[in-house]
Write a protein that binds this ligand. Structure first.
Ligand code: ARG
Length: 458
C-alpha cells in the first residue's frame, strides 16, 4: 500500500519503485518511527484531533508494534512498502482499523523522517561515546603497564628522542578524548525536535511543540520549518566527527603495524587479532590494525558523500535527502567495529621493553642531551649543536653509540667535554630532565595517567 495513490492513474514502474523505495535502508529507523508516532498521537490528542479513547487505542497498537520490532528488528525487510513510515502506518491500520488512518493528521513524512533520524543519530552517538570510553580505558591501561618502558620517539619516522611508551599511548588517548568531545558537541545540535514543521511550512494544527520535544527527550523544538525539514547539518557534523575519530584510529593502527614489524619488533600483537598467510607459513599479519586503517577511508567517504549530496539543494525537502541514511549507518557501523576491535588489540598487546630500550639506545636519540650538557657548560646552543653533530658523525664512522666514545675521543672534538658527559647520555637522565607538565618525564607521565583516568571516570 502506497501512502499517495489517489492522484495517480498508473502504478509505479517496477524499476522505479526499486529505485525509489528506502525500506531496505530505513528499516533501521523502525523503533524511532514508532516512538515519534506515539509522541505525535499525543500531540494531536492535546490539539483536539483525537479523543482520549482514540489516543489510547492508537498508542497501545503502536506499543505492541514496538515490542514486535524490538524482538525482530529485521521484520520490515520482508515487506514491500515504500519506506519505514509507510510500513509502520500500514501495520497500524491493520491493527487499529480506520482509526490508524488518523495518525498522520497534520504530519508530513518530511518532519517525520527528520525526527526519526535525529532520534537514531542521537542513539548512535551515545553508543559510540560508550565505545570511545572503552577505547580510552584500554589506552590508559596500556599506559599504566608501560610507564617504565623507555622507547624511541620519532619525527619524520627517524629516531628522535627517548620517550616512555606510556607517553605514546597517552597521546592517542588525548585524541580519542577530543573525538568524544566532538561527538558530544554535535549531539547538542542533533537533539532538537522537528515535529510540527509539516511538509515545509509548519502544521496547521495547534500542537504544543515544546511538549513534543520534551516527550521525545529533545532539548527544544526547531525554529524554522523550512530549515527543519531540509537541514542535514546534524548528520554532516556527526559524520565529520566520526571521520576525525577514524583518522586517529588509523594513525594509531599504522604506528602499531610499524612497531609490530620485524624492523621495529617493539610490540607483538596477539594471535587472536592476527591472521596468517595462505602461502607463507611463517607470516603473522596485523590484519586487525590494517582494517582499522583501511576503514578510515570509507568512514571519511561517508562524510564526503553526504556533503556532496546536500550541496546545491534548493530549499526545502528534496528526495536527494533520502541518501543521508546509508552513509550515516555505514559510518556508525564501521566506527563501532573499529573501536571495539581496537580494545581487543590493545588489551592483548605485548610490549617488549628490551627491544623498546634498544630502539632508544640506537640511533643517537640522546644527541639533544649532549647538546644540553654543553649548553650547561656555557657553550651557545648553536655551537653545541655543531659539536654534537661532529661527535655523531665520529660515532657513526666507528659504528658506536655516543656513550661508547672514550673521553679522549670526545675531547679531541671539543676540549670542554668532561667525565660528567656520560651521566647526561643515559636514557634515564634525559627522561628525568623532562618532568614538565605534558612532557615524558616519568613523574609527569605517571600523573598524566592518573589525570586521564580521573577524566575518564567523571
Ligand atoms: N524515505 C524518505 C527519506 O528518507 C522519507 C521522506 C519522504 N518524503 C517525501 N516527501 N517523499 O527522505
Amino acid at each position: 500500500m502506497a501512502l499517495w495513490g489517489g492522484r495517480f492513474e498508473s502504478r509505479p514502474d517496477e524499476l522505479f519503485k526499486e529505485f525509489n523505495d528506502s525500506l531496505p535502508v530505513d528499516a533501521a529507523l523502525a523503533a524511532h518511527d514508532i516512538e515519534g508516532s506515539i509522541a505525535w498521537a499525543r500531540a494531536i490528542h492535546r490539539a483536539g484531533v483525537l479523543t482520549a479513547d482514540e489516543l489510547g487505542r492508537l498508542t497501545s497498537a503502536l506499543s505492541a508494534l514496538l515490542t514486535e520490532i524490538s524482538k525482530s528488528p529485521s521484520l520490515p525487510l520482508a515487506d514491500n512498502d515504500e519506506d519505514i513510515h509507510s510500513w509502520v502506518e500500514r501495520r497500524l491500520i491493520e491493527a487499529a482499523g480506520d482509526l490508524g488512518k488518523k495518525l498522520h493528521t497534520g504530519r508530513s513524512r518530511n518532519d517525520q523522517v527528520a525526527t526519526d533520524f535525529r532520534l537514531y543519530v542521537r542513539a548512535q552517538i551515545d553508543a559510540r561515546l560508550a565505545e570511545l570510553t572503552n577505547a580510552r580505558r584500554a589506552l590508559i591501561d596500556l599506559a599504566d603497564r608501560t610507564s617504565t618502558v623507555i622507547t624511541s620517539g620519532y619525527t619524520h619516522l627517524q629516531r628522535a628522542q627517548p620517550i616512555l611508551f606510556a607517553h605514546w599511548a597517552l597521546a592517542y588517548q588525548e585524541m580519542l578524548e577530543r573525538d568524544a568531545a566532538r561527538l558530544q558537541d554535535a549531539r547538542k545540535r542533533v537533539n532538537i525536535s522537528p515535529l510540527g514543521s509539516g511538509a515545509l511550512a509548519g502544521t496547521t494544527y495547534q500542537v504544543d511543540r515544546e511538549q513534543i520535544a520534551r516527550d521525545l527527550g529533545f532539548d527544544t523544538p526547531t525554529r524554522n520549518s523550512l530549515d527543519a525539514t531540509s537541514d542535514r547539518d546534524f548528520v554532516l557534523e556527526t559524520l565529520s566527527a566520526n571521520a576525525i575519530a577514524a583518522i586517529h584510529l588509523s594513525r594509531l593502527a599504522e604506528d602499531l603495524i610499524l612497531f609490530a614489524s620485524q624492523e621495529f619488533a617493539v610490540v607483538e600483537m596477539h594471535d587472536s587479532v592476527s591472521s596468517g598467510s595462505s602461502l607463507m607459513p611463517q607470516k603473522k599479519n596485523p590484519d586487525a590494525c590494517e582494517l582499522i586503517r583501511g576503514k578510515s577511508g570509507r568512514i571519511f567517504g561517508a562524510f564526503a558523500s553526504l556533503a556532496m549530496t546536500v550541496k546545491g539543494l534548493p530549499l526545502a525537502y528534496n528526495k536527494d535527502l533520502q541518501e543521508d541514511k546509508e552513509p550515516l549507518i555505514d559510518s556508525m557501523r564501521q566506527l563501532s567495529m573499529c573501536l571495539r576491535v581496537l580494545v581487543r588489540v590493545l588489551d592483548t598487546l605485548k610490549v617488549r621493553p628490551d627491544r623498546a630500550r634498544d630502539s632508544a639506545l640506537d640511533g643517537y636519540a640522546n644527541a639533544t642531551e649532549l647538546a644540553d650538557y654543553l649548553v650547561a657548560r656555557g657553550i651557545p646552543f648553536r655551537d653545541a649543536h655543531d659539536i654534537v653533530g661532529r661527535l655523531v658523525r665520529l660515532a657513526i664512522e666507528k659504528r658506536q653509540r655516543l656513550e661508547d666514545l672514550s673521553l679522549g675521543q670526545m675531547q679531541a672534538v671539543d676540549g670542554r667535554i668532561e667525565q660528567g658527559v656520560y651521566e647526561s647520555l643515559k636514557l634515564e637522565t634525559g627522561l628525568a630532565r623532562r618532568e614538565i607538565p605534558g612532557g615524558t618525564g616519568p613523574q609527569a607521565v605517571e600523573s598524566a595517567v592518573r589525570a586521564a583516568r580521573r577524566r575518564l571516570n567523571e
